[in-house]
Write a protein that binds this ligand. Structure first.
Ligand SMILES: Nc1ncnc2c1ncn2[C@@H]1O[C@H](COP(=O)(O)OP(=O)(O)OP(=O)(O)O)[C@@H](O)[C@H]1O
Length: 245
């Protein structure tokens, strides 16, 4: 399974080429306005790429967002407020995978159990805590078995007590599939990705193994990350990654 994207979005100053190998998980880093969210928008189908977007060699660039085999988890859970939790997770099963309503709801109930939120099935999104809502949103993003998972600062809105558990859930979710995670947190990049790409002004300015980019950066942005987080240089990042896995 591979991904290849050539994107040019002049209105947002984005011009890049990106390839992911099977099972590869990439952290997109860069300053505000560098083009990270725009890149996710292009992959997800909210903005046209203008160049080819190939998944396993097949073009998906013309497919609308809801038809792409791609799951997106944003900083805010963006659950449908008029549906209960079960209805939210059943939605992509019914409308993307084409299951009948009853089958979709049965499969959604299984998914919720898997994510430890089965007891919340009848609640509406406003009755959930931030951490619960984010787990439900992850269950929904994974419901249709996406081949590529996009995470846009998925931990940024959670308090410190909810982060480790959600991070573990995200690691498990990315197992065996390709992933792109936008983050401002070097620890999230280290724990969720194998490779790091640094964007600046809509261009790729650094690309390499995440442990190398964080500990021996070549781009201005990654250097500033290291200055602000000196532990990146002091720690054995490979060992730290394995220990916190
Ligand atoms: N809805 C929009 N309409 C027009 N221009 C936009 C829109 N959203 C972002 N931009 C512009 O596109 C460029 C890339 O922004 P983008 O949001 O992709 O950056 P980012 O790296 O995700 O930034 P941040 O870290 O602040 O989220 C910026 O110049 C931004 O001002």
């Amino acid at each position: 399974m591979t991904l290849s994207l050539t994107a040019s979005v002049p209105s947002r100053g984005l011009a890049l080429e990106l390839s992911l190998a099977a099972g590869e998980r990439v952290a997109l880093l860069g300053p505000n306005g560098a083009g990270k969210s725009t890149t996710l928008d292009v992959l997800a189908g909210f903005l046209p790429a203008s160049g080819p977007l190939l998944l396993d060699g097949a073009s998906i660039g013309a497919a609308p967002a809801y038809r792409r085999p791609i799951g997106l988890l944003a900083q805010q859970p963006l659950l449908f407020p008029h549906l209960d939790v079960l209805g939210n997770v059943a939605f992509p099963l019914e409308h993307r995978r084409g299951l009948e309503r009853r089958a979709a709801r049965a499969a959604a109930a299984e998914r919720l159990e898997e994510f430890g939120v089965g007891h919340l099935a009848r609640r509406r999104p406003p009755q959930l805590s931030g951490g619960q809502a984010q787990r439900v949103a992850l269950a929904r993003a994974l419901a249709a078995e996406p081949r590529l998972l996009l995470l846009d600062e998925p931990l940024a809105a959670l308090d410190v007590t909810a982060v480790p558990e959600m991070r573990r859930a995200l690691r498990a979710a990315m197992e065996g599939r390709m992933g792109v995670v936008v983050t401002h947190d070097p620890l999230d990049a280290l724990l969720l990705a194998d490779r790091a790409i640094v964007l600046q002004d809509g261009r790729i300015v650094e690309d390499g193994p995440v442990t190398r980019v964080l500990s021996a950066p070549t781009s201005d942005f990654a250097r500033s990350l290291l200055e602000q987080s000196p532990w990146l240089a002091a720690a054995d990042l490979t060992a730290l990654r394995a220990r916190l896995a």
